[in-house]
Design a protein around this ligand. Structure first.
Ligand SMILES: Cc1ncc(COP(=O)(O)O)c(C=O)c1O
Length: 338
C-alpha cells in the first residue's frame, strides 16, 4: 500500500502551534484547582462569558460535553433541532439517544425558523463545522428569543470560537440560562490532551457533574497539569496567537489551490473554523475517497448530514497539512475527477 502523504481529512491542529513539546513541560502532581478555575474563567472571558466557578465543568474533550448534554436532556422520540449539515461526531452522539432530529438549514446560510415543538437545539454558530459560516448577530438575538418563546434549550458548541474571538457567543448574550456552552482545547492547544470546557447554570451543571463522574471519575491530572502550566506561563495564549496566524495563512493557500485546480467546485470562503466545504456537481465523494485514499484523505460530505444526503460535498481541512501538502492533495483530487 502507498503511504498516506496528504491528510486533508480531520480537523487536527498544526503541531507547530503547540506552546511546547509535551516532554518539555514540567509535570506538577499537585495543581491548584482554584487557580486552574481562575485561568479557565479567563479563557471564557476571552469569549465574552462571565461564568462562575459553580457553572463550570471540565470535560474529557468537548465530545464528552455533547454526550453529557444528550444523556441529561434527550429521551427517545424527543425533537432535537440540529444544523443541516453539522459536526459528524455530534450526530453520532445524538443518534444514540434515538431522538427525532429536526433540520436547521445552514446552506447557503442559516434559516432561523423553529416550526415544530422542539426540546433542544445544537448549534455551532462560530466557524460552523463543516461550512465555516458565522451566524450573524441579529440571528443570534432571534435564536435566543425563539428559545424563550418556544421554551427550548440550546447547546452552543464553540469549538472554533477561540480562533475568532470578535464573534460574540450566544452564551454571552443569554439572559435567561437558555444556553449550555461547550468549547474545546483540541484546536488551539492539543487534541490529545482531551479537554473541553462546559458552562451551564448551576442546577444544570450539578446534574452534568454527576453524569461525568459516572462516565470517567474525572479528568486526567496529567492533562490538567499540562494545561495549568501552560496557562500560568502564558504559552497557551502565545500558541493561540500563532494558531490564528498559521490557520489564516493556510486558509488562503487552500483558497488559491481550489481556484487553480478545482474551478468547477462551489463553495463559500469560510468565515471561521478550519474547513472548506465544497460541492462538485455530479460526483460521489464517498467513491472518490475510496479511489484516492492512499494518497490524500478528506471527509465525504454525507458524514455531516444526519440523513446521509451530501454525496456531492467534500470537507477539506487546512489545519494539519503543510502548504505544499494542501496544494498537492487538491491537485490529486482534481486529477481523479477529470
Ligand atoms: C464542532 C466540533 N465540536 C466538537 C469537536 C470535538 O472536540 P474534542 O476533541 O474536544 O472532543 C469537534 C472536532 O472536530 C468539532 O468540530
Amino acid at each position: 500500500m502507498v503511504k498516506l502523504t496528504y491528510n486533508l481529512g480531520g480537523g487536527l491542529p498544526d503541531p507547530s502551534i503547540f506552546p511546547k513539546k509535551i516532554s518539555d513541560i514540567h509535570f506538577e502532581p499537585e495543581i491548584s484547582f482554584q487557580e486552574l478555575d481562575k485561568e479557565l474563567l479567563k479563557i471564557l472571558n476571552y469569549r465574552g462569558i462571565n461564568a462562575k466557578n459553580e457553572e463550570l465543568l471540565l470535560t474529557t474533550g468537548s465530545i464528552q460535553g455533547i454526550y453529557i448534554f444528550s444523556y441529561s436532556f434527550i429521551d427517545p422520540g424527543d425533537k432535537i433541532a440540529i444544523e443541516y449539515p453539522t459536526f459528524a461526531g455530534a450526530i453520532k452522539v445524538f443518534k444514540a439517544r434515538n431522538p427525532d432530529l429536526v433540520k436547521l438549514p445552514v446552506i447557503p446560510y442559516y434559516n432561523i425558523e423553529v416550526k415544530e415543538k422542539i426540546k433542544a437545539m445544537y448549534v455551532i454558530p462560530t466557524g460552523q463545522n463543516p461550512t465555516g459560516i458565522n451566524m450573524k448577530l441579529e440571528d443570534k438575538k432571534r435564536l435566543l428569543e425563539l428559545a424563550e418563546e418556544k421554551d427550548f434549550i440550546i447547546l452552543e458548541d464553540d469549538a472554533y470560537g477561540l480562533l475568532t474571538p470578535e464573534q460574540p457567543t450566544l452564551k454571552s448574550m443569554d439572559k435567561n440560562g437558555r444556553v449550555v456552552y461547550i468549547t474545546t482545547l483540541s484546536k488551539v492547544f492539543s487534541s490529545g490532551i482531551r479537554l473541553g470546557i462546559m458552562v451551564a447554570d448551576k442546577e444544570i451543571n450539578e446534574t452534568f457533574r454527576k453524569v461525568k463522574e459516572n462516565i470517567d471519575g474525572g479528568n486526567s491530572t496529567l492533562s490538567l497539569s499540562l494545561l495549568f502550566e501552560s496557562l500560568k506561563d502564558g504559552s497557551f495564549w502565545e500558541g493561540l496567537t500563532r494558531a490564528k496566524r498559521i490557520y489564516n495563512e493556510k486558509k488562503s493557500i487552500m483558497c488559491e489551490a481550489l481556484n487553480r485546480y478545482l474551478p468547477q467546485a462551489e463553495w463559500n470562503y469560510p468565515e471561521g473554523g478550519l474547513f472548506y466545504f465544497i460541492k462538485i456537481k455530479g460526483i460521489n465523494s464517498e467513491q472518490l475517497l475510496t479511489k484516492v485514499k492512499d494518497k490524500v484523505i478528506f471527509s465525504p460530505g454525507s458524514k455531516f448530514f444526519f440523513d446521509g444526503y451530501g454525496k456531492e460535498y467534500l470537507r477539506l481541512s487546512f489545519s494539519y497539512s503543510s502548504p505544499e501538502e494542501i496544494e498537492k492533495g487538491i491537485e490529486i483530487i482534481s486529477k481523479e475527477i477529470q
